[in-house]
Write a new protein. Structure first.
Length: 686
């Protein structure tokens, strides 16, 4: 394919992919499968890699991420991004309406919208192409997060039609849907990492991540709802919003034009009741004067517009009596206190338990058994206790004191330096840790063993058939057939549940175990349950070392050289493989035929050309992301370290490289090379 043919094919693929992006992320009506979409994207990226000069800034491939942003430059907003005045009462909304009508007369039209619990952004377009994305910041200036915003597929990189202004800005909110947040927390729990508090804080942190590929993986969404510019097609907010929808923007469908205060109240009441039916978090509604001329006449205060107000919903909070505090032990040994409550209806669900997080939170609340506590379910998915009504505290109430021994095995708890949680160190003898590790091992994203579930694992453990995940592969049909267990309901008067393993179930379990022996090495490594080693880190370790033996023998320095492997992960890996019991389990799994090395196909294209060479990477490399460059070096036997030392073989210098590394390289006589030199090294021509 020549350059002109490639250009036409890149344009065709780009148009087609953006069309499918719009169907999926804006209209929520996909017309092709994820597999077909990924195939189109792979074709586009392959062509752009072959013809890098044809890569356009609005290419759909930019949504995949991979670029590294070390700093987020400050952007001065051409028009201030002011926050809205907040109110929590209908009376203050009525006072706002009265001020507006006093200034403008009775013929007023409002636009009511939802107040999204996300991160405010402004996106600038020139000639239909996205050129800048920025945070609100202090309202006068924010951070340039263009690279990360390009990964949010609901935000168009190129507009539809041709009747948009040559230059304008559109503002809105980026947020994380609840389902994406729950999936992210589930993955973190699997990796033994601390859970994230709520979608809003997670969104804010995600948008400031240096690695845009991680941002892309977080499944952020967006609604854009306010146009800023001199040549807008209409002189009112609502019509411009509908026009923006024609240009390809994902504008909110939850919008209403209101002529009277009663209509505004109805909108407020509707969404305060229905907020939990939405797939994302909101914390109120916004009321705006629709007409731009009227907005200009009303003007601004120093902090907010006079033509808009935000009515914020009260926090979803109820009082409940604290019956007791119980303690849960996770598979990593972390002990979490849980408040057991008199049932209370909160945010549409009956709540009987609420998180207390850790010992510091219990002490801060000064909890006593029998207290009337305030339970809140605001931005957090899990209900939590936020306060105590001490006026209702019973006489002689017992103070809640965090336990000192494991509630399951009586082992004294430990609290590692710098961590809020307490841990049970009895990893091999504590039942919930044992069960948790086995359940993690069989999970869908790990070994994916058909026929086994959490309840079945508990049954096998109680019958003495499994004490660790290696025991699973010793199971025989005669062990399984006929096993049964009755599970009592937690609800008073609830029905019992019977678990029994009959002929077909036993066969499915044994077939699933045999099939799991083909699961690739990176998933086996994840399944082992090493603390802090989630799916992504397991894959990086697998591809860096190639097989388990090399990983087990790796030194601290060699582990730290792997991209995204820091000190905590390194310490955890070293401790895991230092355990004689863990090594015994690994040898048993190896003997059963599990995959402890990458397959030949995964190793295809790998070489030892750079074996023994150590590289430090600094700057950006245009056609190649830093992650891709690291992968290229590692694939050919090179090692990556973060800082220049006398042992560094090469400093690989890209654009915008910091001066300190270059100065240190010169001082230590470390060669400074560019990307072309690296390619020559790999090809053996340098």
């Amino acid at each position: 394919m020549n350059r002109e043919e490639a250009r036409k094919e890149i344009q065709r693929l780009s148009d087609l992919i953006e069309q499918h992006n719009h169907h999926y992320y804006v209209e929520a009506k996909p017309v092709i499968s994820d597999f077909e979409f990924d195939a189109l994207m792979q074709q586009l990226m392959a062509l752009e890699s072959e013809f890098p000069e044809l890569l356009q800034p609005d290419s759909p491939s930019q949504r995949v991420g991979g670029a590294i942003t070390k700093e987020f430059p400050t952007v001065v907003h051409k028009s201030a991004m002011l926050s809205l005045s907040n109110t929590y009462s209908r009376e203050e909304v009525a006072a706002f309406d009265e001020r507006v009508r006093k200034a403008l007369g009775e013929n007023i039209e409002y636009v009511c919208e939802l107040k999204y619990d996300g991160v405010a952004v402004g996106v600038t377009y020139e000639n239909g192409i996205m050129v800048l994305g920025a945070t609100r910041g202090d309202g006068t200036q924010g951070d340039d997060i263009t690279t990360n915003l390009k990964t949010v597929r609901a935000i168009p990189l190129r507009l539809r039609g041709n009747d948009y202004p040559a230059h304008f800005e559109i503002r809105g909110e980026v947020f994380m849907p609840r389902e994406a947040f729950e999936q992210l927390n589930a993955a973190r729990e699997d990796a033994g990492e601390e859970l994230l508090a709520n979608p809003r804080n997670t969104t804010a942190g995600t948008l400031k991540m240096q690695d845009s590929s991680v941002v892309a993986s977080r499944k952020l969404d967006s609604y854009l709802y306010a146009l800023i510019g001199n040549d807008l097609p209409f002189q009112n907010h609502y019509d411009n919003l509908m026009k923006a929808k024609e240009w390809g923007f994902k504008v909110p469908p939850y919008v209403a034009k209101c002529r009277t205060l009663d209509e505004v109240y109805r909108f407020m009441e509707t969404w305060e009741k229905e907020r939990n039916s939405l797939p994302f978090d909101i914390d109120g509604v916004v009321i705006k004067v629709n007409d731009y001329a009227a907005q200009r006449e009303l003007g601004f205060t120093a902090k907010s517009p006079r033509w808009a107000i935000a009515f914020k919903f009260k926090a979803q909070k109820e009082e409940a009596r604290l019956l007791s505090v119980s303690y849960q032990v996770g598979r990593t040994g972390a002990v979490t206190p849980v408040a057991n409550l008199d049932p209370v209806l909160l945010a549409g669900t009956t709540v009987k338990r609420a998180s207390l997080h850790n010992s510091a939170q219990i002490e801060k609340l000064d909890l006593h058994i029998g207290d009337s506590v305030f339970v809140e379910k605001g931005g957090d998915i899990i209900p939590k206790i936020v306060g105590v009504n001490t006026t209702l505290r019973p006489d002689g109430a017992e103070k809640v004191v965090f336990i000192t021994r494991c509630p399951e095995c009586e082992t004294p708890l430990v609290q590692e330096e710098g961590e809020a949680a307490h841990y049970c160190p009895n990893h091999m003898g504590c039942p919930p840790q044992i069960l948790g590790r086995i359940v993690h091992f069989i999970g869908r994203r790990a070994m994916d063993i058909e026929g086994l579930g959490e309840e079945t694992i508990e049954l096998l453990y109680e019958k003495g058939l499994v004490h660790n995940y290696a025991d699973l592969y010793d199971l025989k049909y005669v062990n399984l057939f006929g096993l049964e267990k009755v599970i009592e309901s937690d609800e008073p008067g609830g029905k019992q549940k019977k678990i029994s393993i009959r002929e077909k179930t036993a066969e499915n379990i044994l077939t699933g175990l045999e099939k799991s022996k083909t699961v690739p090495f990176e998933r086996v490594l994840f399944a082992l349950g090493i603390r802090f080693v989630g799916e992504t880190v397991a894959k990086k370790l697998a591809y860096h070392f190639g097989d388990l033996n090399k990983l087990m023998q790796a030194s601290e320095e060699e582990l730290l050289a792997v991209h995204e492997v820091g000190q905590s992960i390194t310490d955890s890996i070293l401790a895991f493989f230092a355990s004689e019991k863990n090594r015994e389990l690994i040898e048993r799994l190896r003997a059963k035929g599990l995959q402890f090395a990458l397959h030949a196909e995964a190793l295809e294209g790998r070489s030892e050309t750079l074996k023994g060479l150590t590289f430090v990477i600094s700057g950006t490399f245009g056609e190649l992301s830093r992650d891709d460059l690291k992968a290229l070096l590692e694939k050919n036997g090179g090692k990556i370290v973060s800082s220049v030392s006398s042992k560094t073989s090469y400093l690989v210098a890209g654009d915008d490289m910091g001066p300190s590394k270059k100065e240190k390289a010169a001082k230590l006589n470390v060669p400074v090379v560019d990307l072309e030199h690296i390619k020559a090294l790999i090809a053996g021509t340098s």
